[in-house]
Design a protein around this ligand. Structure first.
Ligand SMILES: Nc1ncnc2c1ncn2[C@@H]1O[C@H](COP(=O)(O)OP(=O)(O)OP(=O)(O)O)[C@@H](O)[C@H]1O
Ligand code: SF4
Ligand SMILES: [Mg+2]
Length: 305
């Protein structure tokens, strides 16, 4: 079995203050189940507020699920000790804020090795830098003396220095120029070839198209559709996936397809289908329940199936 990570029926609720005394639960994630295989890139795509970062935080153990479980190589992630932080690492969106400006590149990349008690660190640091295709002289520089793309390469070197099995990458190219974005995505593909799996979080379906093997489409804290990239992007089943694909920004407005979704001021419902207020296929049952189906290995949460 080559499953590395299993997210099993995970929900995450936050308490929101409503008035002076009253608190209400808000579900940022509802019953999410997915897997990531060894050396595969799972793209997690959805718009702002859909719960992508929350999912990443749970996988990184920065927060605990309200219910459900996260299994790593078949074991409860929360029962694994410090070794988990060696096997699962992270790359954030903005290297400017995730890298300490006072530290040299050498110190930044070396830090995880120190935390995990490794000796003879010099060669490992240099090899990590080589893997992200930065010259050795950069070890003595500080983040402010690097370009955005170079800074993100340093963040990736730090993420791979402990030879992790899984990296959670949360919008790792969103702060970069398009040409640099593509170079960094190529680097993620190279690292995958070397055996690292990725949970690749993005709002940009074009990024998913470039790097992912499988795609999980999320909306309103729920998984809408999950399957092989070619299938999900070429023959989307879920109305929300279709919506995302219709609204991929294109170079010229002339090429833009017309938005055929109802424009509604809406709050994401906490019951039934979260996409219900925007869905052209809406039917009465969608406000109360949502059906889960598996169609030829593809997961779809929608009452149409
Ligand atoms: N600590 C918290 N307390 C209350 N609500 C939270 C908290 N963290 C996240 N949320 C809410 O959970 C929902 C999901 O947030 P999350 O950051 O996971 O979304 P996202 O998909 O990463 O969005 P973006 O694309 O903007 O980064 C949002 O409505 C957010 O306001
Ligand atoms: S469950 Fe209903 S509202 Fe939700 S996407 Fe499917 S058809 Fe649309
Ligand atoms: Mg986010």
């Amino acid at each position: 079995m080559d499953t590395l990570l299993e997210v099993r029926e995970v929900s995450k609720a936050y308490k929101l203050r409503k008035g002076f005394f009253k608190k209400e639960l808000f579900y940022a994630l509802r019953g999410v189940s997915l897997t990531i295989k060894k050396a595969e890139i799972l793209g997690v795509v959805g718009e702002s507020g859909s719960g992508k970062t929350t999912l990443g935080k749970l996988v990184l153990r920065l927060e605990e699920p309200t219910s459900g479980a996260i299994l790593f190589s078949g074991k409860d992630a929360f029962s694994l000790g410090k070794e988990y932080t060696r096997k699962v690492s992270v790359v954030f969106q903005d290297p400017r804020s995730s890298l300490n400006p006072r530290m040299k590149v050498r110190e930044i990349v070396e830090e995880p090795l120190i935390v995990h008690g490794f000796r003879d660190r010099k060669g490992t640091v240099e090899s990590a830098l080589e893997k992200v295709q930065l010259p050795r002289e950069f070890l003595e520089r500080k983040p402010d003396d690097l370009s955005g793309g170079q800074r993100q390469r340093v963040a990736i070197a730090r993420a791979i220095v402990l030879k992790p099995e899984l990296i959670v990458a949360d919008e790792p190219t969103a702060s970069l120029d398009v040409s640099v974005q593509w170079e960094i995505l190529k680097l993620f593909e190279d690292l995958k070839e070397q055996g690292i799996a990725f949970m690749f979080i993005t709002h940009d379906i074009r990024v998913v198209e470039k790097v992912a093997d499988r795609v999980a489409v999320v909306y309103g804290g729920m998984l809408m559709e999950l399957g092989r990239k070619e299938e999900v992007l070429k023959e989307p089943l879920h109305p929300y996936t279709k919506f995302l694909l219709r609204n991929v920004p294109v170079r010229h407005p002339r090429f833009r397809k017309e938005e055929d979704f109802r424009e509604v001021e809406y709050a994401v419902p906490q019951e039934g289908c979260p996409f219900a207020p925007r869905c052209p296929e809406y039917r009465e049952e969608c406000s109360k329940t949502i059906r889960r189906s598996e169609l030829n290995g593809r997961l779809v949460n929608c009452n149409l199936y």
